[in-house]
Ligand binder design. Structure first.
Ligand code: ARG
Length: 395
């Protein structure tokens, strides 16, 4: 009996080529697994592609609810934006896919784990490190191991009758509920504006002339209703992706530092993430103290960096999660966003845990804030700076 490898399979160029290489160069049976994280692709079609490649078995795992609850929502609580821009859509899905691959490998008593990542990207880091945290099986990644480039892969695919669709020939794309990542082709010239055929979720032309509003309700840091309607997590994200995308919201054009040291140019379409992170972080500012807000922003940055860098299973990540969860207890309330021709901003927020006090803040009459107290405070607050400046002047 042949040994088998469990491969995370998307039906794209890299993973299709990987199936063949595992069969031919490694003489293995391949069991493919497609983890549905809301790619919006036809799972049956992917299964057909896998079967055409002669795989021994194909698994379809619907992990969308798990993806939202255990990966997307924790990232929202952390306002996670790598290098202040990238909402980690791809990065979040990788450890979940790796977890599922390991589960199937145990069930199938497989001899190896496999993925289609190249040696240039971040996904190899995320797959490898998560897989190693959960399993001792060897990891095979033919694209990386054989130093393959896209041109060679396309040739190989053609020779083996593997069909690759037109967009996949032009760009390298990864998508899930939280966002769409597009790179390669003309996008590799960082000065060139991305052509319109890059965008699928965000409208770039004929945008509505009237502003649109989004009203988001949060309970303990998690969005539970939009525009007055209670929604289940998957439905809620889809709803915002659609509505905000149609207002031109969510395009990110990013020069990014990969784990392996390469600078890359990536385009993202992330309408729901853009709106939810903006709304969530605004609400936090209203309910957390200035000390919590300042410290949390450092934790948030570290969280995003860890997850980007493939360290989902590192104990530090769960340490940070505990702190973040503690801060979310009061992040309950509503935020109103205004969207107009590609821009989005918060125009209103309210919470029963709000630390904003109209009485204290008002410039109007009748405030209980005693301004006279401020004089002495300011003097002490600036004392060292004042002394230092006096000294510098003397010199
Ligand atoms: N740069 C992003 C990340 O490292 C996306 C990578 C996948 N992108 C792609 N177009 N295949 O998470």
């Amino acid at each position: 009996m042949k040994r088998s490898a469990i491969l995370a399979f998307s039906g794209g160029l890299d993973t299709s080529v990987t199936v063949r290489y595992l069969q031919e160069k490694h003489n293995m049976d391949v069991i493919t697994v497609t983890v549905d994280v809301g790619q919006g692709e036809n799972q049956k079609q992917i299964e057909t592609k896998a079967k055409k490649l002669g795989v021994k078995k194909h698994y379809i795992i619907d992990a969308r609810a798990e993806f939202v609850n255990n990966f997307i929502f924790p990232s929202l609580k952390a306002n996670a934006l790598y290098q202040k821009k990238y909402c980690l859509a791809t990065a979040l899905a990788r450890p979940l896919i790796a977890q599922k691959i390991v589960q199937v490998a145990k069930k199938e008593k497989a001899a190896a784990l496999a993925h289609g990542s190249s040696g240039k990207g971040n996904d190899q880091v995320r797959f490898d490190i998560t897989m190693r945290a959960l399993s001792n099986l060897p990891i095979i990644a033919p694209v990386r191991d054989m130093n393959l480039d896209r041109k060679t892969e396309l040739k190989f695919a053609k020779k083996h009758g593997i069909k690759i669709d037109a967009t996949a020939k032009k760009y390298s794309i990864d998508q899930n509920l939280w966002g769409r990542s597009i790179e390669g082709g003309v996008l590799e010239d960082p000065y060139k504006e991305p052509p319109d055929d890059v965008f699928l979720w965000v409208k770039t032309k004929n945008l509505p002339d009237k502003p649109q509003y989004l009203e988001i309700t949060f309970v303990k840091g998690i969005p539970t209703a939009v525009d007055g309607k209670k929604m289940k997590p998957i439905e809620l994200i889809k709803y915002i992706n659609k509505k905000a995308g149609s207002c031109g919201i969510g395009i990110v054009d990013h020069i990014e530092d990969r784990v392996v040291g390469i600078k890359s140019r990536e385009i993202y379409e992330t309408p729901a993430a853009a709106c939810l992170i903006e709304a969530h972080s605004d609400l936090e500012k209203m309910v957390l103290t200035k000390h919590e807000t300042k410290f949390k922003s450092m934790v948030d940055e570290e969280w995003a960096w860890l997850v980007y860098s493939g360290l989902w299973e590192d104990p530090l990540k769960s340490d940070l999660d505990m702190f973040i969860d503690q801060t979310q207890k009061r992040v309950t309330g509503a935020v109103k966003l205004k969207m107009y021709k590609g821009s989005v901003r918060v125009v209103g927020r309210s919470s029963r845990f709000s630390l904003y006090s109209h009485d204290i803040a008002t410039y109007g009459t009748g405030s209980t804030f005693d301004q006279k107290l401020a004089k002495g405070f300011v003097e002490l607050w600036g004392m060292q700076s004042t002394e230092a400046n006096k000294l510098l002047k003397k010199r």
